[in-house]
Design a protein around this ligand. Structure first.
Ligand SMILES: [Zn+2]
Length: 466
């Protein structure tokens, strides 16, 4: 239902829009009503999931119960080597560490959007209309960078560079692979190049949502993705290859241990590498002739991706934990979704929603029942791993300027951790690489400190919060 979902503005087939088409409108249009139509339109596709999801929750809980868990949410929470209640506290601790950073970014973003769309549409002190942030789920603000850039000229335009260099879809994957190889890891096998899906097929419907696979738990590694030549997908390719490299590193572990230390590690790996995609790295690989002038723009770009994601990364499973546990009943599914969207993200729907809608199902991971807390953890972990690897690599200067490209020692530390797989509790794996046994958001704050200072200055006369 999710993969086939289409919105037909005229109600007829022929001009129907896929999620890809609608996402492009969300990313590039600056017309309030056109954005609203695309946003609302995609959410017509998830309405029919509602009834089935209610039944699905019953069945999933029945299955979890037979395994001895209170509900499916508890089953998910027990994958972190601590009791479920303690894990919830841990999530809250991490969120409180990063919340001030998100609130500063939210405040500045709202001010800029009010300048663009008018303060009648984006009022001070209220949640931001969810369709104005450049992404179907407001889960990152990267696509409205042009409205938020600290300096006028983009100092580091990855999309522009890729297009100018005429890098194609395979070329993007080759470049990402080259980064891993520069760390001393082996190239991907020939079968990866033969069997992966890099572009959207013309002859059939597929789920374009990017994913990575290890088909035989040995060497048959593949990615499935509909690559577009832009900065977002450049990062996503690194993310997916991170999965493949992790999978290959732990293939000698027994089946029970052939996985990452916890699922946040799996999601963090490739993103950790992508944090090393800096202007200096682009110079090293010949994509840029010289370092662009010092600017906050690249850091802002990164923040619109990472900081903006944190509340969404947390709330998707907060919603599901409440649903699976029965704390929230089907007659409140949508209302509770929006309660959390507002509480954590500070966004609001552009038109009234009701219990006829099923907005959670408009997100892949809910429709496909993929746990989501891993992405929240990964966003925090990747900075912690990055900071540790940069120390190993002997980096000096601000954390956001570090690239571990070509550093074999950092590569070895990374690989040693990946080879452990799931054979030890995750604090052991974390300690092996970082020396720390606790997940820690101070690295993400270190990384963005120069931007945080700048945001506070911009917001000094604004009324923040919602
Ligand atoms: Zn992933």
């Amino acid at each position: 239902m999710y993969g086939k979902g289409k919105f037909c503005p005229q109600g007829q087939s022929g001009d129907c829009l896929t999620l890809g088409d609608l996402s492009k409108i969300l990313a590039s249009s600056r017309d309030y009503d056109e954005l609203k139509q695309a946003w609302v339109g995609w959410r017509t596709t998830s309405k029919p999931m509602r009834e089935k999801f209610v039944r699905f929750v019953e069945l999933a809980n029945e299955g979890a119960g037979e395994f001895g868990f209170r509900d499916l949410g508890d089953l998910w929470k027990t994958r972190y080597d601590m009791p479920p209640d303690e894990f919830e506290k841990e999530l809250n601790r991490l969120w409180e560490q990063v919340r001030p950073l998100y609130e500063q970014l939210h405040c500045y973003t709202r001010t800029q959007l009010a300048k663009k769309y008018g303060s009648d549409k984006v009022p001070t002190g209220k949640p931001i209309p969810a369709h104005l942030l450049g992404n179907m789920w407001s889960q990152d603000f990267a696509n409205i960078f042009d409205l938020l850039a600290p300096e006028e000229k983009s100092a580091f335009d990855v999309t522009g560079i890729l297009r100018e260099k005429k890098i194609d879809e395979r070329g993007v994957v080759r470049q990402a692979e080259a980064f891993f190889v520069s760390l001393g890891l082996d190239p991907l096998p020939d079968t990866f190049w033969e069997r992966s899906m890099f572009t959207k097929p013309r002859d059939r419907e597929v789920v374009c949502h990017a994913s990575a696979w290890d088909i035989d738990w040995l060497d048959d590694l593949r990615i499935k993705m509909c690559i577009e030549i832009n900065a977002e997908d450049f990062t996503t390719v690194h993310h997916e290859l991170g999965h493949n490299y992790y999978q290959r590193a732990y293939k000698h572990q027994s089946a029970l241990f052939a996985d990452s230390a916890n699922d946040g590690f799996h999601e963090a790996l490739g993103d950790t590498i992508a944090l090393s995609v800096t202007p200096a790295y682009f110079v090293k690989i010949g994509y840029l002739d010289k370092l662009p002038a010092d600017s906050l723009n690249p850091l802002m770009q990164r923040a619109l991706d990472k900081i903006a994601f944190l509340p969404f990364g947390l709330l998707v499973d907060q919603w599901r934990f409440d649903v699976f546990s029965g704390r929230v009943t089907p007659d409140q599914y949508n209302a509770h979704w929006w309660k959390l969207r507002t509480k954590y993200q500070g966004v609001a729907p552009p038109i009234a929603r009701s219990e006829k809608d099923f907005d959670p199902g408009a997100k892949y991971h809910v429709a496909a029942n993929v746990p989501y807390t891993r992405y929240f953890l990964a966003t925090i972990l990747q900075f912690q791993l990055h900071r540790a690897l940069c120390e190993v690599a002997g980096h000096e200067g601000p954390l956001h300027t570090c690239s571990i490209y070509n550093n074999k020692e950092a590569g070895k530390r990374l690989n040693d951790m990946m080879e452990m797989g799931l054979s030890k509790p995750w604090p052991d794996a974390l300690e092996a690489l970082t020396g720390q046994r606790q997940m820690d958001a101070t690295a993400i704050i270190d990384y963005f400190q120069p931007l945080l200072d700048w945001l506070k200055e911009q917001n000094k006369d604004a009324v923040c919060g919602w």
